[in-house]
Design a protein around this ligand. Structure first.
Ligand SMILES: Cc1cc2nc3c(=O)[nH]c(=O)nc-3n(C[C@H](O)[C@H](O)[C@H](O)COP(=O)(O)O)c2cc1C
Length: 167
């Protein structure tokens, strides 16, 4: 798919078919994540692949009533890992993690899959559910699967409102 088609077609998907995500496609998404830029190229984040239904449910239970995420056959959890960044503990690790998740979302779209960025959750509960090592902070969850809905296209601000020409 053309890059700009990917940008235009990406939408948050919150309903998925039970159809599994092929290993090749999952690998393609992980490779895309690994090409994301990061401050100092320190890649100050970790990515967890969660495929077990039981674990997906446990993680979904730690979001604020967003149980629907357990229906996606694959869940990626993006955790910032500040000690990996030799510049400063913040804000770079959070930015690195966000860019990685964005790359994943675009790869998901290009592969005909659907995902939604989940940022509303209890980080402490997620960390304990996932048994995260000390120092890793959950930033985003990305449930991925074949879409089972065509979401309504969301609106955006007018460019004239969003973009400012500073002379
Ligand atoms: C940082 C961030 C956090 C988000 N958290 C949630 C969330 O917890 N639950 C959810 O359903 N959608 C969440 N979203 C998705 C947004 O609601 C969605 O991107 C926005 O409404 C625009 O819709 P679109 O993605 O279809 O263009 C989040 C998106 C971002 C970027």
């Amino acid at each position: 798919m053309d890059f700009f088609d990917v940008i235009q077609q990406r939408q948050s998907v919150r309903k998925w078919q039970a159809r599994p995500v092929e290993k090749e496609k999952l690998n393609c998404i992980l490779e895309a994540i690994n090409r994301a830029p990061s401050a100092g190229n320190f890649q100050a984040y970790e990515v967890y692949v969660v495929e077990s239904a039981e674990r997906r449910k446990q993680i979904a239970d730690a979001t604020w009533e967003q149980g629907f995420i357990a229906n996606a056959p694959v869940l990626l959890a993006f955790c910032s890992h500040p000690v990996r960044c030799q510049y400063a503990p913040e804000p770079y690790p959070l930015e690195d993690t966000s860019i990685a998740c964005t790359f994943a979302m675009l790869a998901v779209t290009a592969l005909g899959l659907g995902a939604v960025w989940i940022g509303a959750f209890d980080p402490k509960k997620i960390a304990s559910t996932m048994n995260l090592p000390e120092g890793q902070i959950p930033v985003a969850l990305l449930p991925i699967g074949y879409p089972d809905e065509v979401p309504e296209r969301t609106t955006r601000r007018e460019l004239a409102d969003l973009v400012h020409n500073l002379n």
